[in-house]
Design a protein around this ligand. Structure first.
Ligand SMILES: [Zn+2]
Length: 91
C-alpha cells in the first residue's frame, strides 16, 4: 500500500509552512515523502530554503501568484504523460 502523499500543487502551497516548521508532524511526513520521489519539488524547496537563509524570511514576491502559477505550469509539464492532477477516489 502506498502512503498518500502530497501532490506538487500541495507542496507549492505548503512550502512556506514547511520551511517555517509550521506543518503538523503528519503533514510534514507526507511532505517529506513527496520530496523523496519528486526531484523537481526537492530542488524548489532547496532553492527557497536558500532564499530564506540569505534573506531571513520569505518575501511575498518570492511566492506571489505569478510565481506560483509559473511553478504549477511547470509541474503540469513534468506530469504531462500522466493523468491530470486532482483528487481521485481510491478504488
Ligand atoms: Zn512534486
Amino acid at each position: 500500500m502506498a502512503v498518500a502523499q502530497f501532490t506538487c500543487r500541495e507542496v507549492v502551497e505548503l512550502v512556506t509552512d514547511y520551511l517555517e516548521d509550521a506543518l503538523p508532524p503528519s503533514e510534514q511526513a507526507r511532505f517529506d515523502l513527496h520530496l523523496d520521489v519528486c526531484a523537481h519539488c526537492r530542488d524548489h524547496v532547496e532553492q527557497l530554503r536558500t532564499t530564506v537563509a540569505l534573506a531571513g524570511r520569505l518575501r511575498p514576491s518570492d511566492l506571489g501568484p505569478e510565481a506560483q502559477a509559473a511553478l504549477l505550469a511547470a509541474f503540469r509539464t513534468w506530469h504531462s504523460s500522466g493523468p491530470a492532477p486532482g483528487r481521485r477516489s481510491p478504488g
